[in-house]
Unconditional design. Structure first.
Lengths: 459, 341
């Protein structure tokens, strides 16, 4: 008999849940514990795991349909099990009865019939409710009140770059006003900027189609997914990879307009996070360890917020999104530099030991970003993500919500993102502030960072 | 509230009286001022009215001016409409607004239509007084709030005074109006006392009053809900939440300007009304705000608190639960003000 997939009760006073999206199509195979569908309740959105491994059949609820708690929404057939007609709602001890394989709307008559005694009721669905404002925003564009939209329009603020403090992450008036106030406040950039003038970035680049570029290193066990920082790419993990356990499988994702991924026009942080989530959904075969650096750290945080059940552990190296301050001049400088000579001074700022940045290193780095269109796209992205040299997105709330064990590594000599932003972390986060290290600890001291991460993901 | 803001010809002196007394005062002044004013209704004469609103007026003005009519709302309302058509200014009292259901033909099909259908050659300056609302333990057939019903009919004006001073001023304004006016008098307010200006004055129809100034959330309420909203607002003030309370006063025509100006200021709107929530007065206010220039100022979804989707129950606990109470208003307004809706 197939395993019944029911609408779980995730909230004390929840009577029904709205099915948001199926992650698995009818007839596809699914593993127990994998994300099966998302639901939305009045209070939250969350992922529901597959209660069994097998093939999904008889999907009874289409996206957007509300289903009473306890009602079946689909059935999973074990491997080799003959797929019959859709079973009738499993009243206790009832034998499967033929019924048409109805698609939505759900037969309401079933709602009462399903008893909690159903033998196959999945235990796994009694998971913590995870609010996913980032997801809501990523899926439908920013959720904002009319006045927030008007103020943002009038002040030229990109709503997608804001995080709303209202219900379901809704951007409200005071969120926009806070952003306006922040922009009007005197710059908090570090002293002595060699090139303070805003770059007139070239707009002559064309967005490209296609999926984000993903590379893997084979191994055994749960893979570690790597998300690089702004203006970097997956090649930047090389030193760390060599120091990590040899058999640890790795999955490296190149962000849009980075490395070998297509150039994309990104409207804001949420859109960038959406691109990462889409790629993650495409490649993830089960829960993973997740590691992100800088902007990739912020995106990893967003991903962990959106797909909490897919993340076994989270490691963040100098993550963005935990405070407004950032060295905007360095970001623009790196994005803009067209020669090794103009790139080198900015690269030196990334590390606590600038002498380590040789001319050859700068030349190699420049070679990776020799495409003017890529540089233009990155300059534009910098302006969208860090307008006026400020981090225009805030992930402190997401950090509060993260349920996976979380490790944070920060260099005390970080001149791009001040390490004090690490203090935004709640008590459960393991915080490592490294001496004599700048913004790229995984390059500056890969052995130490690898040891920390290795211990973290084994724990 | 400051009654002086809407008084046209009042003397400076005021006197404390109940809502019912203020209405009686208005009728006495009208009967004295204008020989064409007559009162009609069931038991309004010798008995003094179902809620003792007309009281002793029959003794003071005689049975030709204060007329008991038979137990037929359709007949009584018909006589009043006919009298209005032919030169009198009748005030017809329903014992309960619920019974207006019996007189719908005269109110909706005749009184409201005749000016239009006779090319402006005729006017129906009739006033219908309707004791309305729940809270008296009178159950489903004597407790309803029909403001939205009549507010839906072009040709009628519909008012809901919330204080003694308003009750007097709006009744006198209704008599001045050349068209039919329905005055909903909330039964729980009849005994409410307040300072009422002496002498003749009118409170304008179609003009709402800001009865408490605030910046965090706008509460539009009418009749007894104004008082519940004010009670909620003063509790919220202790928490630092400043609610602006608007006494709607007139359901038709609605005072768009006052509501829109307030919502543009606060960005949050809560409509509170006793009538059934669905398709109620608050639905119309909500829609007019959403359609107006105030839309771009909204910082939260518009909220409504209205009557339950059920007949008013007899059981006192259920009766209370069936219409918005002060804690309900407080709770929703707080959430709105805090950006939690």
């Amino acid at each position: 008999m197939p395993t019944e997939v029911i609408m779980p009760k995730v909230d004390m006073d929840m009577a029904s849940g709205k099915l948001a999206v199926w992650h698995v199509a009818e007839g596809e195979t699914v593993k127990k514990g994998a994300a099966l569908f998302d639901i939305e309740t009045d209070k939250a959105a969350m992922e529901v795991e597959a209660p069994a491994s097998g093939t999904l059949h008889h999907i009874l609820a289409a996206p957007g349909v509300s289903v009473p708690v306890g009602s079946p929404v689909a059935y999973i057939y074990a491997e080799g099990e003959a797929v019959g007609p859709a079973p009738a709602a499993a009243a206790p001890a009832a034998a499967p009865a033929p019924a048409p394989a109805a698609v939505a709307p759900v037969a309401e008559a079933r709602s009462e019939a399903v008893a909690s005694t159903s033998a196959t009721k999945p235990e796994a669905v009694a998971a913590p409710v995870v609010s996913a404002p980032v997801m809501a925003e990523a899926a439908n564009g920013p959720r904002a009140t009319p006045v927030a939209r008007r103020l943002a329009r009038e002040d030229g603020i990109l709503l997608a770059a804001l995080s709303g403090t209202g219900p379901n992450g809704r951007i409200q008036r005071h969120d926009v006003e806070a952003e306006i106030a922040r922009r009007k406040a005197p710059a908090v950039a570090p002293a002595a900027q060699p090139a303070p003038s805003a770059p007139a970035y070239a707009l002559d680049w064309t967005p490209q189609a296609g999926d984000l570029h993903v590379t893997t290193r084979k191994g055994n066990g749960v893979p570690l997914v790597l998300v690089h920082g702004f203006a970097a790419d997956s090649a930047g993990w090389m030193a760390l990879e060599r120091a990590l356990p040899r058999d640890l499988p790795l999955v490296r994702i190149d962000l849009p307009s980075h490395g070998r991924s297509p150039l994309r026009r990104i409207g804001g942080f949420a859109e960038l996070a959406k691109a990462l989530v889409q790629t993650f959904d495409r490649i993830a075969e089960g829960p993973v360890h997740l590691l992100g650096h800088s902007l990739g750290g912020a995106l990893s945080l967003a991903l962990a917020d959106i797909r909490p059940r897919q993340i076994k552990t989270l490691s963040l190296i100098a993550p963005a999104g935990l405070g407004p301050e950032i060295d905007g001049a360095a970001l623009n400088g790196i994005a803009r530099a067209s020669t090794a000579d103009s790139l080198a001074p900015w690269l030196k700022r990334l590390t606590a030991r600038p002498d380590g940045i040789s001319h050859d290193f700068a030349k190699a780095a420049m070679l990776a970003r020799i495409d003017p269109a890529l540089r233009a796209a990155q300059q534009e992205l910098a302006e969208v993500l860090f307008p006026d040299g400020v981090q225009a997105f805030d992930l402190t709330a997401a950090l509060e919500r993260v349920t996976a064990p979380t490790l944070m590594v920060w260099g005390r000599d970080d001149r791009i993102l001040p390490w004090k932003q690490a203090l935004a972390a709640p008590g459960g986060v393991a915080l490592h502030l490294m001496r004599g290290v700048g913004h790229v600890p995984h390059m500056e001291d890969p052995d130490a960072v690898a040891a920390l991460i290795g211990r973290h993901i084994r724990a | 509230m400051n009654a002086q803001t809407h008084i046209k010809e009042a003397g400076s002196k005021t006197r404390e009286m109940s809502y019912a007394e203020a209405i009686r005062d208005a009728m006495a002044i009208a009967l004295e001022r204008d020989p064409t004013v007559v009162l009609m209704g069931e038991d309004i004469g010798t008995y003094g009215g179902a809620f003792q609103v007309t009281g002793d007026l029959v003794d003071r003005f005689g049975k030709d001016r204060v007329m008991d009519t038979p137990i037929s709302e359709l007949g009584g309302a018909g006589v009043a409409v006919g009298a209005a058509l032919t030169g009198l200014k009748p005030i017809y009292e329903f014992q309960f607004s619920d019974f207006a259901a019996l007189a719908m033909e005269q109110i909706v099909n005749q009184a409201a239509k005749l000016r239009y259908m006779l090319g402006g050659e005729a006017a129906v300056p009739v006033v219908f007084r309707m004791p309305s609302g729940s809270g008296t333990g009178a159950a489903a057939q004597h407790s309803q709030s029909f403001e939205a019903w009549f507010g839906h009919v072009p040709g009628l004006k519909v008012v809901q005074p919330s204080t003694p001073a308003e009750a007097k001023g709006m009744l006198l304004a209704a008599l001045e109006d050349p068209d039919p006016v329905i005055v909903f008098e909330h039964k729980l307010l009849y005994k409410m006392k307040g300072e009422v200006p002496e002498g003749y004055y009118t409170t304008p129809i179609g003009k709402a009053a800001v009865v408490r100034v605030g910046k965090d959330v706008t509460i539009v309420a009418s009749a007894i809900m104004v008082h519940r909203a004010l009670e909620a607002a003063s509790k919220l003030a202790a928490e630092g939440i400043e609610a602006e309370v608007i006494d709607l006063r007139t359901v038709r025509p609605l005072d768009r300007e006052t509501i829109i100006a307030s919502v543009k200021k606060t960005g949050k709107l809560l409509c509170v009304y006793e009538g059934v929530r669905t398709l109620g007065v608050g639905a119309e206010i909500s829609a007019l705000v959403a359609e107006s220039e105030a839309f771009d100022y909204l910082d939260a979804p518009i909220q409504r608190l209205g009557g339950a989707e059920a007949p008013i129950p007899y059981n006192p606990d259920l009766e209370r639960a069936a219409v918005p109470q002060s804690p309900d208003i407080e709770s929703v307004a707080r959430k709105l003000a805090k950006g939690e809706v």
